[in-house]
Every structure is written in C-alpha cells, then in structure tokens.
Design a protein around this ligand. Structure first.
Ligand code: ADP
Ligand code: ZN
Length: 609
C-alpha cells in the first residue's frame, strides 16, 4: 500500500535496488516524495513502522549529504555498518571517535563523498561543525527522536531545543523530524520548537497488528514469566522490563538458572558491561535482555519476538513505546505483562512520594489511571490502546480479551463487604489482615485485636484469597480505597466509597481468572501459520541461519544486518537457483546480491540437490 500517492519511479528504484524491498509501506512513498522535492515534514510513525527510509531515500535522491541528528550515539556504529552493507556511503560524528577519525569524516563531507552522516546534537551545535556544514552540500536534515525536544516528555534533551538554529542557518535545506511518540501536545511542541510551522504532518496508524497483547493477573510473577517464555517463545530474543535494578539482576539470574539465556541491563551497571550486554543482545540470536526502562530507545533489532513487563509501567505512552520494540520485522510477536495489587499500590506511592509539584503529580496520576484502565478493561486491549491515541478501531482478534473474553460480574455485594471490613478495622490495617477478617481466619493478629468479634468477620468465606486480592486491586484502581503508605500500608476509604457503602451504586468488576499455563499449540501468536515453514523449508531456513551466524561473525556485524529472518524465510521458501531468482526476494538489494548472492545460491543448490 502506498497511501494512494503517486510513487516516484526514482524513489521506487532506490527502494528496490538498494534496500531490496518491493514496495513502500503505508505513507512512506508520500513522505519520501515530499522531502525529496524539498518539503519539510513532521513524521509520526509507531516504532517499527519504517521511519529510517523516509530520510534515507530522499538523502540518496537529493544532491549532497543527508545529516541525521540522533541522540543515540551508542547505535551509530551499527547504523552506519548496516548502510555500508547496502552500499550506501555513511559515517558518523560523535564523541566516541578519535580526532583522526573525525577529521577523516570531515574531509569526506567537504568533498561530497558521503550520502549520509549521523551526528549527535551536542556535536552538531559546535561552531566547528556548523562551519563544516556551511562548507558542505547538504541534502536534508533529519531530526530523529524529535520528541526529545519536549520538556514534558521523559526523554527531554536540552540541546534539542537549540536545533531551531538549523532553520535559521540553512533556510533552503528541507528538514524532516521523526518520532514514535503520538500525542498531539508533543507534536505541537515539536512543530513549535523546531520551527516546523510550514511542515506537512504525516501521522500514521499507530496499530501494530502483528503484536499480540496479553495482560495477566500476577501470581508468582517470575514463574509465570518462565511459563510464558517456554510456552510461546522458546529460543526467541526478547526484552523483560522490571522496575528496579535489583529486580533486573534477580530476574536475569533466575532465568539463567532455568536454562534461558538472559543478560541484565540497567543504569547502575558500569558502562563497559552495559554496552557489552547490549551488543551481545543485538548480535547474538535468542538472548533475553532483562532491563529497566533505561534500555531500549533506538534499539532497532527487528527480530525481538516478545516484550514482557514484570511491573506495571507508569503510563500508556511508556507501555506502548516499550512493547513497540517487539516484532519490528512485521512477523508475529507478543507483548505480555503480569500485573497485580502490589503494582497499583507501588505506583501510586511513587507518585505521592515524588518531588514533583502538585499539578505534575496530577498529570502523573491521570496517566497511571489510564494505564490501570487498560489493565482492567473488559473490551479489546488494542481498541483501548488505539483509542487512547485518538484512533478509532474495532475488536482485533489478536489480544487476550478478544481471544478469551473476560467475564464481568455484579460485584456490588462483595465490594460492600470489603469496604465495611476496612471500616470496621478502623482503616488501620493492610490488605492481608482485612482479607483474613473477611475470610474468617483466626490469625494471631485477628485474635489480638479481637477482630473475630466483628460483624464482618467471616462474611467473605465463599471467596478465595486470590479473588479478594483481585477485587481489592480493582477497587483501588477505581479510587474507592486508598493505601496509606506512611502507616503500614493501611487501607482507607475515599469519599467515592460512601455511595457504594450506602447501596446507591452498582459495581461491575472483572472476574478473577486463575492463571493458566500457556499451551504452546493453542497460544501461538496470530499469523504464525503463514510464517510456518514446511519441515523441508525449515531445514533450509536453519542452515541459512547458521550461514548467517558464521558470516556475521567473520564480518563483525550483527546477524540481522546481513539479512533479517523474514528474508531468510523467504529464501528458504523460494529456493532460488540463480542470482536472478534471488534478486526477486524482499530484502535482497543489489549490493547484498553482489556480496552474498553466490554463497546463498550455492548453499541452496547443495541443499536441494
Ligand atoms: P522505525 O525507525 O520506524 O522504528 P525502521 O526504519 O527501523 O523503523 O524499520 C523497521 C523495519 O522495517 C526495518 O527492519 C526495515 O528494514 C523494515 N522496513 C522499512 N520499510 C520497509 C518496506 N517498505 N518494506 C519492507 N521492509 C521495510
Ligand atoms: Zn483485541
């Protein structure tokens, strides 16, 4: 699909011969046309949507070098290597280079021998670099991760604000700003601060149809994670997000004891170890990265098959950005999360105890409530997510609530029982004790406080402890009960609880569902059947992957830079007997055909003989 735009034949030619893809995706063709003909653009596309081509192809079509501003210096080497593999003349300028190395790049820029140069914003703004750019022919400026200009966002970088200077110094050079952050406020802020008032806005659909969303009730957490990985993603590369550094370490250790190849990543680790783990994750097959949210921005490894959350994210924006790192190659992928009572309590507490002023705390509270709404929803998760980003859609058939619709029930009576139990213990006790009272359990503490004498003692015997926790969690999410962190996490009734206690309000809740072990066959993500190979093709695919491991190692490149899984899979199916046939496979451009074509054809011939 090309969004109905007329596809520029030269752009299509570059797409096919350099990148090896048969056609543009969605709005790519229109964006490329617009920028290649000198227009400014503001591009909002979800992670994995294909933003890079939107500036790479115009850079190749226009005279001069495309200057890409990116905050992600750790990834520049891989980006440049990947372009070199395609025969594109690319380089970067950042603080990790020696003086000799950057002088060499600067010479290449002056003499017009580069197609693309990646520059860190702080570097770009130096007088030396600005002079260099003035002396060079520039095709365009691409401002990647453009939401970094937003002071409200979580990735704010002060240097980004100064990038408006590009417009002042180079009024005739087209600029394209790109981000995966969707909300209208951020978009307006980007347009304003980068002086992109004239820019055309391209807002893509935010749907990622190949990602299956699942949010389960948290039981043991870690054990559920193992069942999920073993059941649905054995041997796959994935990311597991945890809230704290300690939990990251513990979870990575635990996964390793369970035979899963896991590495930790968090900001408290020393730089060398962190980058080593990141590079192994990118280069090797099937590694699980256990990380805090410090990990991931700009990680464009296309074959991450799952993103798991062991703790509740703070907002839907964060959740969507993190889960978006799964399945960038378009093949089936999962976003899985375990969520429980403690998560709600902890996140509320973190907001309360933060240094933020009251108005900002209110913003954080609203964002958290939206996230809780997603967790507790009775309808399609994807509809709920897209609706949050202002996009209407219908039930998707590829999320847990679509596949196994949750049951809602009239919980008015149990909720009343819970609220009165909290009231009867003088709002001075935490969840565990309140549930013991409801279930009529004579613990030491119950006897000590004579809570077995209360009228609420044992009135909830018919409901299991896990179910009570699920009810309490939802009641807290609804704001009927709050948790007092200063006093032993004691439960308190809010004003909103009164009408319910008086019987004036009916409460509909989601029925507790016992965690079930994932079954491998039943729960494969959608699209798996199409991606499934015949046993014979599977053997060829496996051999191709081995060939790729060897080749990547000898060229010192990440495996996916050679070919992504989707391309190898197609080769296994097509079994090309000649270079001409191999040329027709998506992901095989001219340069890769020249570099690897003979080896691949020879391998296929040998395997099919
Ligand atoms: P983003 O930066 O938006 O997260 P990328 O530019 O990294 O996404 O693209 C994601 C993946 O999709 C990459 O592997 C890229 O090569 C692939 N891709 C992009 N455009 C196309 C296309 N038109 N056809 C096939 N694959 C594409
Ligand atoms: Zn759905």
């Amino acid at each position: 699909m090309s969004g109905g735009a007329v596809v520029n034949p030269q752009a299509l030619h570059v797409l096919q011969t350099v990148f090896g893809y048969p056609q543009f995706r969605d709005s790519q063709a229109e964006i490329v046309n617009h920028v290649a003909t000198g227009g400014d653009a503001l591009v909002l596309m979800p992670t994995g949507g294909g933003k890079s081509l939107c500036y790479q192809i115009p850079s190749l079509l226009r005279d001069g070098v495309g200057v890409v501003v990116s905050p992600l210096i750790a990834l520049m080497q891989d980006q440049v290597d990947a372009l070199a593999e395609l025969g594109v003349r690319a380089a970067f300028l950042n603080s990790t280079q020696t003086f000799e190395e950057s002088s060499r790049i600067e010479r290449l820029l002056r003499t017009g021998e580069l197609d693309l140069v990646y520059v860190a914003p702080e570097r770009l703004l130096t007088p030396r670099c600005m002079d260099l750019l003035q002396a060079s022919k520039i095709a365009l400026f691409a401002i990647d991760e453009a939401h970094c200009v937003s002071q409200w966002g979580h990735d704010f970088r002060p240097e980004y604000i100064k990038l408006s200077v590009l417009h002042e110094c180079f009024p005739d050079v087209p600029r394209i700003a790109l981000t995966a952050t969707a909300d209208a406020q951020t978009r307006a802020e980007i347009a304003l601060r980068l002086q992109l008032g004239e820019a055309r806005h391209f807002v893509s659909s935010f749907d990622r149809p190949n990602i299956r969303y699942q949010i389960v009730e948290k039981g043991s957490g870690r054990k559920q994670l193992i069942d999920f990985i073993e059941g649905e993603h054995k041997g796959d590369a994935g990311i597991v997000y945890c809230l704290s550094r300690r939990k990251v370490e513990e979870t990575a250790d635990f996964l390793n004891t369970q035979g899963i190849n896991a590495l930790p990543y968090h900001a408290g680790m020393d730089y060398a170890q962190r980058s080593k783990n990141q590079s192994r994750f990118l280069r090797e097959d099937g590694i699980v990265m256990v990380a805090t949210i410090a990990f991931g921005m700009g990680i464009d490894k296309p074959d991450v098959r799952f993103v798991a959350h062991l703790d509740l994210p703070k907002s839907i924006e964060g959740y969507y950005q993190e889960t978006g790192r799964a399945g960038r190659d378009g093949a089936p992928a999962s976003a899985w999360m375990a969520y429980g009572l403690q998560d709600v309590v902890l996140q509320r507490r973190m907001i309360d105890e933060s240094d933020a002023d009251d108005s900002f705390k209110r913003v954080l509270g609203v964002k958290l409530d939206a996230m809780l709404g997603l967790c507790e929803t009775l309808s399609c998760r994807r509809m709920h997510l897209l609706d949050y980003f202002g996009q209407a859609s219908g039930p998707c058939g590829n999320c847990d609530t679509c596949l196994t619709p949750p049951v809602s029930f009239d919980a008015t009576v149990p909720v009343q029982k819970l609220l009165s139990a909290i009231y009867r213990v003088d709002q001075r006790f935490a969840a565990g004790h309140v549930i013991d009272v409801l279930r009529g359990i004579e613990t030491e503490r119950v006897k000590q406080w004579r809570h077995d004498q209360l009228s609420t003692f044992g009135i909830g015997q018919d409901i299991s402890e896990a179910e009570w926790r699920a009810i309490l969690r939802q009641v807290i999410a609804l704001g009927l009960v709050s948790v007092d962190y200063e006093v032993y996490n004691s439960l308190k009734l809010t004003d909103a609880a009164k009408p319910v206690l008086r019987g004036g309000e009916q409460i509909q809740l989601r029925r507790y569902q016992k965690p079930v072990k994932a079954r491998r066959e039943a729960s494969k993500p959608k699209g798996y059947a199409e991606a499934e190979l015949s046993p014979r093709d599977q053997i060829i695919f496996d051999k191709l992957r081995w060939w790729r491991v060897e080749t990547a190692r000898s060229h010192n490149l990440p495996a996916y830079v050679i070919f992504v899984d989707a391309t190898l899979r197609e080769i296994a199916k097509a079994k090309p007997a000649s270079l001409e046939q191999l040329r027709g496979v998506s992901g095989v451009g001219e340069r890769k055909l020249a570099s690897y074509g003979d080896e691949i054809v020879a391998l296929i011939t040998e395997l099919t003989a």
